[in-house]
Design a binder for this molecule. Structure first.
Ligand code: PA5
Length: 433
């Protein structure tokens, strides 16, 4: 189960730059209807198809490689880091970067014969993915293997470059949900296939999300924890210009969750224009931190730097580990018998108290343990709070014109057909002599 403790977001605990209970509001937004959120539909989907694809993959391959970037990659990475593969299949990643050193090193380490690449791109046009696809096909052919035995494609757009390449090679195409944006797609085939290939219980992920969905029907933040989280972020931003949101799990297994959160918040809430087309330059800057590691790199800034941040901790109650310190050495005897689980919890507590004494807003999400149910609940908690925040900020949460612009300029620079105008426009910045 998941519980959001917001005590240290409020006055008087956190001094004057914090929210008063009476500042909270009923979220009566006529435009906000949870039923219209396309990512919400995912959590009620049947998962049989994903399970049967995974079963087939597990029976044939030792390595399953996710080739994706942004929302097609970060959810799977989060899942891969949070869990052990029960099926024995290794989940690996390539494609989220075009760094030649990374690509070269990766292919030195894997045996193509045992490997399936899932090339994921919602748009079917992303250059990093097309480039990696072409390179992967070459590596497979050099090993005298059949390309279609080692690649599947996951996409949700028709008539794209990726689709035509896939057809060329007779590669199987798995269909993503076209109505759901990449960064909201982790609870679809995009993230759940990775989980299923690892042998995890994917229905439990959805059960966790449905649990959150059920407890978020109220428009009153005191009866809706996700709304409480969103309102506290929004009011801190609006009233005190606290425009930096730090997610700091105290669990190495959740480090990557912070990277997933970073994309969700950055791309969803960083917008130039309001819904009415007015320039407003909205945005909350997300930062991914890790406890206890970043107590020794970031906490100095969070405690004593500008009071422009909100920190959200995530901590499991049960780390499911019994390892402890055994020592009879006199000056460290106070540590004898200390379980690491209790050590990390005390570190969290000490950090929280130090922040409180410095009047720094912070909240904590408690989960009982890291399992499929709670990870599903966490994904949905942040998806829904981001959707609430987008409405409060009066922006389109689900577009990403700033990403698209960069993509277009890249195609133009590379000479892709159809981008001649952009190329002309860019020539003023580039010395082509
Ligand atoms: O959320 C987004 O739209 C982007 O960050 C995409 O995730 C990223 O650009 C990859 O896009 P695609 O899945 O279409 O290849």
């Amino acid at each position: 189960m998941l519980k959001y403790d917001s005590t240290n977001m409020f006055s008087p605990q956190i001094g004057e730059l914090s929210i008063k209970k009476e500042d909270l509001f009923l979220f009566k937004n006529s435009l906000f209807d949870k039923n219209l959120l396309t990512f919400r539909n995912l959590i009620f989907n049947d998962t049989e198809n994903i399970k049967s694809i995974a079963k087939n993959i597990i029976s044939k391959y030792k390595n399953y490689v996710v080739v994706g970037i942004g929302g097609s990659d970060l959810g799977s990475r989060t899942i891969q880091q949070s869990f052990k593969s029960i099926s024995g299949v290794n989940v690996l990643f390539i494609g989220a970067n075009t760094d030649p050193n990374e690509i070269e090193d990766f292919f030195k380490k894997i045996d193509i014969k045992d490997t399936l690449f899932n090339v994921i791109s919602k748009s079917g046009e992303t250059i990093e993915i097309i480039a990696n696809f072409l390179y992967i096909t070459e590596v497979i052919e050099n090993k005298k293997e059949k390309v279609s035995d080692h690649i599947v494609i996951t996409t949700s757009t028709k008539n794209t470059t990726l689709e035509s390449l896939a057809k060329n090679y007779g590669i199987d195409i798995l269909e993503g949900d076209a109505s759901v944006g990449d960064r909201f797609s982790v609870l679809s085939i995009i993230g759940l296939l990775t989980a299923a290939v690892m042998g995890l219980d994917i229905d439990k992920f959805l059960e966790g999300a449905v649990y959150i969905d059920k407890i978020t029907n109220s428009e009153d933040p005191f009866s809706n924890e996700v709304l409480m989280f969103a309102e506290l972020q929004y009011l801190s931003y609006k009233n005190f210009n606290k425009n930096i949101s730090i997610l700091m799990p105290y669990s190495k297994k959740l480090e990557r969750f912070g990277f997933w959160y970073r994309q969700l918040v950055a791309e969803s809430l960083g917008k130039k224009v309001s819904k009415q087309g007015k320039n407003i330059f909205a945005g909350i800057t997300p930062i991914a931190s890790l406890g206890s590691t970043d107590q020794h790199s970031q906490i100095q800034l969070y405690n004593e730097g500008p009071n422009d941040k909100i920190i959200t901790f995530i901590i499991p109650s049960d780390f499911e580990s019994d390892i402890k310190i055994n020592t009879e050495i006199e000056n460290v005897k106070y540590l004898n018998g200390l379980k690491f689980e209790d050590l990390i919890k005390k570190e969290f507590l000490a950090t929280s108290i130090s922040l409180k004494e410095n009047n720094r807003s912070h909240g904590t999400i408690h989960i009982d343990k890291i399992d499929e149910f709670n990870i599903g609940a966490l994904f949905y908690f942040f998806e829904l709070s981001t959707a609430y925040l987008g409405e409060m900020l009066n922006i389109d949460t689900f577009d990403q014109p700033g990403v698209e612009k960069g993509k277009e300029y890249m195609y133009a620079l590379l000479g892709k057909k159809g981008f001649e105008e952009q190329k002309k426009h860019l020539s003023k910045y580039i010395d082509e002599r």
